[in-house]
Design a protein around this ligand. Structure first.
Ligand SMILES: N[C@@H](CCC(=O)N[C@@H](CS)C(=O)NCC(=O)O)C(=O)O
Length: 328
């Protein structure tokens, strides 16, 4: 991992930033503008960029659960042609995310860049901070509209509706309060909770985080016992946000991040829920277990020094199965 300081890349060996209690602390995203149908300001007065087919690119890693949120929205809204993706390679090394045409990457077709940090400095020469995916890039102004997945997910829900996007609103006005309430629990307890468990460097920090992960899974299981979707009677962003962590749970978080009290397949309602979302049109193609496993097990040498990518799980894999199997 590493970061930009005044436009210079500093690679470092540390797995993730932790505080003096050994707890992982996630940095805030640095680019927070908004894509809107008419180019008007975003919901909180952010600078608006007009949604136009072909104008923007979505830089993603297929491994990353945050980027995956935006890929699910792109698939469900039928934006494949309007919003092309650029896919980094799976392993995050000393230069951070890098472009390659091997291992499922697309290379970097716009400017021939080698590393994602070069896109950040292209947007803002002296920028400081983490270099993360997803990135929503404007090819006209050559800048980053946003590198915050929660915001990008929300903007893709309606920004391209006048351009012929598929119907569906993942953040309908009448459900917003409840969606926020679910997000406020699922983000710390599950989406970021698995990282807080996995990146903890002190026992107490791990114990606290892993307990919260399973309290959140228990709560979700209970909530889904009598309903199909987390909020209301339709798919919302709350479902998409839970989904991308759930599909990684048994292949990665259970082992690599030590979230091994239970597995996703031990939760019948949650497993059905994840499968239900994976079966929506276009969603299965966004799940790449090879990339997911390769990324985590090979990008965190502090946690997995050998870089060996384990073969399992045999059962309960969701989406496009990874290539390696044992037996019949
Ligand atoms: N808050 C950001 C977080 C994104 C994020 O942390 N992405 C990870 C990949 S899963 C990343 O790019 N990490 C690079 C790093 O930490 O150096 C979002 O949700 O968009």
């Amino acid at each position: 991992m590493g970061k930009l300081i005044d436009g210079e890349w500093h690679g470092d060996g540390a797995v993730a930033p932790t505080n003096d209690k050994g707890e992982f602390e996630r940095a805030d995203s640095g680019f927070r503008d908004w894509l809107t149908a008419d180019g008007g300001p975003g919901p909180d007065g952010q600078r608006g960029f007009k949604a136009e087919p072909g104008r923007y690119r979505l830089y993603v890693s297929l491994a990353c659960p945050w980027a995956h949120r935006t890929l699910v929205a792109r698939a469900l809204k039928g934006l494949d042609d309007m919003l092309p993706v650029i896919v980094v390679g799976p392993v995050m090394g000393e230069h951070g995310w890098s472009f390659t045409e091997a291992f499922g990457g697309t290379g970097e077709p716009l400017y021939g860049l080698n590393h994602l940090h070069q896109l950040y400095t292209r947007a803002r020469a002296g920028v400081s901070g983490k270099v993360t995916v997803p990135v929503l890039w404007d090819t006209v102004e050559q800048t980053i509209v946003s590198n915050e997945s929660a915001d990008i997910l929300r903007m893709l829900s309606n920004a391209f509706d006048d351009c012929g996007a598929a119907p569906g609103d993942f953040y309908p006005a009448e459900l917003r309060t409840e969606i926020e309430a679910v997000n406020d629990r699922v983000y710390p307890g599950l989406n970021n909770g698995v990282y807080r468990a996995g990146f903890a460097v002190k026992q107490a920090a791990y114990d606290k985080a892993v307990r919260q992960v399973f309290e959140t899974l228990d709560w979700l299981e209970e909530r889904l016992s009598g309903r199909e979707w987390l909020v209301g009677e339709q798919l919302t962003e709350a479902d998409i946000r839970a989904f991308t962590t759930l599909v990684r749970f048994d292949p990665v978080y259970h082992g690599h991040f030590k979230c091994n009290w239970r597995r996703l397949i031990d939760y019948p309602h949650l497993s059905d829920f994840a499968r239900r979302i994976a079966e929506l049109p276009g969603v299965a193609a966004t799940i790449d277990l090879d990339q997911i496993k390769t990324h985590y097990y090979r990008s965190h040498p502090d946690i997995n020094p050998s870089g060996i990518v384990p073969v399992g799980p045999a059962q309960g894999r969701i989406g496009k199965a990874d290539a390696r199997t044992i037996g019949g």
